[in-house]
Design a protein around this ligand. Structure first.
Ligand SMILES: NC(=O)c1ccc[n+]([C@@H]2O[C@H](COP(=O)([O-])OP(=O)(O)OC[C@H]3O[C@@H](n4cnc5c(N)ncnc54)[C@H](O)[C@@H]3O)[C@@H](O)[C@H]2O)c1
Ligand SMILES: [Zn+2]
Length: 357
C-alpha cells in the first residue's frame, strides 16, 4: 500500500516476516547512517534488525529508550538528541522507530526537529501502532499540562507492519488495538464491522489470517483519511476521533495509569454510541449491535467513583474543544457519522447514565 501526499509516495507495508524490505529500502535511499530507537521489551525484534544490518556496509547505531508512555515526557527527549549528536547523525541519516505508538510518536518528533528534520521509518510492533498511530505523520510528546500538546506533522518515509512482532503482545495490548480497529468498522464500513463481530474471538487471540486481514483493511481507511486531510484541518480525520473525546478524558482523569489508549477508546465509543441515541441520530437497533460487540472486548471497568461532572469538565479542556463547545463525532448508523456541536449537558448526562446501565 502507498500513502500519496503532495506528489510524494510513502510506502506502507504489512505482512508476516517482511523485515528484509526494510534493508532494501534503506539501501535504495542510500542513507548515511541508521539509528534504531527501541525499548527493552523489543530485544528480540531489535536483534533481528541488527542482524539484518550487520552484513550490509551501512553504519548502524542502537539507541535504547524507556518503555511506554513516559518516553513521551518532553524531558526524556533531550538525551536522545544527545545520543544522535554524539554518534554524528547527519541530515542524510535515518531514524528507525521500533515499538508501539509511544516510540513512534517520540521518534517521529525527534526526526522532525533534529537538524531541522531528518527522515524516519516506522516499524510498529503493537497492534494499535500497526493499525493507527504509525500512519499519518502525527508526531508528538507530552507536556505536564496534557498529552500530545507538543508535536509536528512529519510523515515516515516507510512504515513496515510486520505481524511476526505481535506474537509477544499481552491480552490488554491486543484488546487496545482491537479498540482502534473497531473504530474503523463502526464509523466507516458495516461490512468490516460484521467481519469483526464474526471474528472477534480469533482477533483476541491474534489469529494470523484474521488479524492480517483486519490490519490491512484498517490501514486502508487510515490512509484514505490522511490523504484527504493530511493536516487534520478539514474535518476528514475528525472521524478517526470517534470515541476519543470521552476516551481522552478518561485517560486524563486516571493519569494514564488505568487504561491502555485503545481500552479508553472502547469506553469512549460506548459513550459516543449512547450519545448518538440520546441526540436522536442513531436507531436503537444499530446501537444494540455496537453495544453488544464492544462489551465482548475485555476492558478494565470504569472507576467506581467516576463522576460525570468531572468527565465533562475534562472533555471541555481537550484541545479539540473550540469556544468551550465540545464537537462530537456521532453515529447515524454503523458506517455513517455525523458531527454534532449542539450537545447539551443534559444529553451528556443521559448518555453517561445509559452507558453505565
Ligand atoms: N500519532 C498518532 O496518530 C497516534 C494515534 C494513536 C495513538 N497514538 C499514541 O500511541 C501511544 C500508545 O501506543 P501503544 O498502544 O502502541 O503503546 P506503547 O507504545 O506505550 O506500548 C505499550 C507497551 O507495549 C510494549 N510493546 C511494544 N511492542 C511490543 C511487542 N511486540 N511485544 C511485547 N510488548 C511490546 C512497549 O514496550 C510498552 O511497554 C499513545 O501515546 C498515543 O497517544 C498516536
Ligand atoms: Zn486513538
Amino acid at each position: 500500500m502507498n500513502l500519496k501526499l503532495r506528489g510524494q509516495v510513502f510506502p506502507i507495508l504489512a505482512g508476516f516476516k517482511i523485515l528484509p524490505e526494510l534493508l532494501k529500502f534503506v539501501k535504495k535511499k542510500k542513507y548515511s547512517k541508521v539509528y534504531l530507537l527501541s525499548d527493552e521489551n523489543l530485544k528480540e525484534a531489535r536483534k533481528k534488525i541488527a542482524r539484518l544490518f550487520e552484513k550490509s556496509k551501512i553504519e548502524f547505531f542502537e539507541i535504547p529508550v524507556r518503555a511506554g508512555e513516559s518516553l513521551k515526557d518532553i524531558e526524556s527527549v533531550y538525551p536522545i538528541y544527545g545520543e544522535l549528536l554524539k554518534n554524528k547523525a547527519d541530515r542524510d541519516s535515518v531514524i528507525l522507530a521500533l515499538g508501539g505508538g509511544s516510540i513512534g510518536d517520540t521518534a517521529g518528533f525527534i526526526a522532525s526537529t533534529y537538524l531541522r528534520g531528518i527522515e524516519w521509518i516506522g516499524i510498529p510492533t503493537t497492534l494499535l501502532a500497526q493499525v493507527d498511530s504509525s500512519v499519518g505523520g502525527k508526531t508528538g510528546v507530552n507536556h505536564s499540562a496534557g498529552k500530545n500538546l507538543i508535536g509536528t506533522f512529519h510523515q515516515p518515509s516507510l512504515v513496515i507492519c510486520d505481524t511476526q512482532f505481535l506474537a509477544t503482545l499481552g491480552p490488554r495490548e491486543i484488546a487496545s488495538g482491537i479498540g482502534e480497529i473497531s473504530k474503523y468498522g463502526i464509523t466507516y464500513d458495516p461490512k468490516f464491522f460484521q467481519f469483526l463481530d464474526e471474528n472477534l474471538n480469533a482477533l483476541l487471540k491474534i489469529n494470523s489470517k484474521v488479524t492480517s486481514n483486519a490490519i490491512e483493511r484498517s490501514l486502508k481507511f487510515k490512509i484514505k483519511a490522511v490523504e484527504s486531510d493530511e493536516y487534520d484541518r478539514k474535518g476528514v480525520r475528525e472521524v478517526l476521533n470517534f470515541g476519543h473525546t470521552f476516551g481522552h478524558a478518561l485517560e486524563t482523569i486516571t493519569h494514564y495509569e488505568t487504561y491502555q489508549h485503545g481500552e479508553a477508546v472502547i469506553w469512549g465509543m460506548r459513550f459516543a454510541t449512547e450519545l448518538s441515541v440520546v441526540r436522536g441520530h442513531l436507531p436503537e437497533k444499530a446501537a444494540k449491535k455496537i453495544r453488544e460487540f464492544l462489551a465482548r472486548i475485555p476492558t478494565p471497568p470504569l472507576p467506581a467513583d467516576l463522576s460525570s461532572a468531572l468527565v465533562f469538565q475534562t472533555m471541555k479542556k481537550d484541545k479539540k474543544a473550540s469556544q468551550n463547545k465540545v464537537r462530537f463525532v456521532l453515529l447515524k448508523n454503523i458506517g455513517k457519522t455525523v458531527s454534532d456541536r449542539e450537545v447539551t449537558e443534559t444529553d451528556l448526562e443521559n448518555a453517561f447514565q445509559r452507558m453505565k446501565r
